[in-house]
Design a protein around this ligand. Structure first.
Ligand SMILES: Nc1ncnc2c1ncn2[C@@H]1O[C@H](COP(=O)(O)OP(=O)(O)OP(=O)(O)O)[C@@H](O)[C@H]1O
Length: 235
């Protein structure tokens, strides 16, 4: 389980995150939603030990990311899809990362198949579309057989078929007992893929609960989002 308690982070004069508390449970897909600039990416970066919180804790089954015995075997994260060398092929990139992490060559083929990247695997990354880069980034995150996936805006650049594919992939990952935390400001993407919602507004957790409870605040996820963020603004 992912647990964030009282997270806060200030960059100079900007309070990026002031008070974020939530859990993301195994077997469920949790959507981290909120308006632009609400603090979603900063929250994910604190979870992954990339940004040091000014206050609060972020843990995976009670352990901070930086103290995990096997980080790649615990958490697969995609925050940035531009990490592969442009001249490398997808298979070459995955083989390099796998070799550095002491993983077998057969695992490279498994993750290529898992993200349906077979037909692009021999092509150089510099010619990849955003959707192909998303799949490669996800494949890289899966190399260590993590139980937890943390993905920042994973449907960015995916075509409709890619979005349906990703949704099915994440649902299957959770059905196998995995924990999935995805951030997005494209609410319609999440409507069919998440079980739970964590709404962040202006650096604070504004609402947490099931998707069903969330949509009770409006006919659609979008209406519920607007109703809840407006209420926060009024308060
Ligand atoms: N390294 C940084 N230095 C200064 N300010 C930052 C930094 N990172 C984030 N911020 C600021 O913190 C606030 C929250 O940003 P963050 O990227 O976490 O929001 P977000 O919810 O992910 O937004 P979006 O949906 O637009 O991606 C914003 O005002 C942003 O400008």
């Amino acid at each position: 389980m992912i647990q964030a308690v009282g997270l806060a982070k200030r960059f100079g004069a900007v309070d990026a995150v002031t008070d974020v508390t939530f859990t993301a449970a195994p077997g469920r897909v949790t959507g981290l939603v909120g308006p632009n600039g609400a603090g979603k990416s900063t929250t994910l970066r604190m979870l992954l030990g990339l940004v040091r919180p000014d206050a609060g804790t972020a843990t995976f089954d009670g352990t901070p990311y930086r103290e995990l015995r096997s980080p790649a075997g615990t958490v697969g994260a995609v925050l940035d899809i531009a990490s592969a060398h442009p001249a490398a092929t997808a298979r070459g990139h995955l083989s390099t990362v796998a070799a550095l992490a002491g993983q077998s060559r057969s695992r490279v083929d498994e993750v290529i198949a898992a993200v349906a990247l077979e037909s692009f695997a021999g092509r150089r990354v510099k010619g990849f579309s955003t959707g192909m880069r998303q799949r490669l980034a996800l494949a890289t995150a899966l190399l260590g057989r993590p139980d937890v996936l943390v993905l920042d805006e994973p449907s960015n650049g995916l075509d409709p078929a890619g979005i349906v594919w990703l949704r099915t992939f994440l649902r299957d990952f959770a059905a196998d007992g995995g924990t999935v935390l995805i951030s997005s400001h494209v609410l319609t993407d999440l409507e069919h893929s998440v079980d739970d919602i964590v709404l962040i507004d202006r650096g604070r957790t504004a609402w947490t609960g099931t998707l069903t409870a969330f949509t009770a605040h409006g006919a659609t996820l979008e209406q519920a989002f607007l109703a809840l963020t407006t209420r926060e603004l009024i308060a």
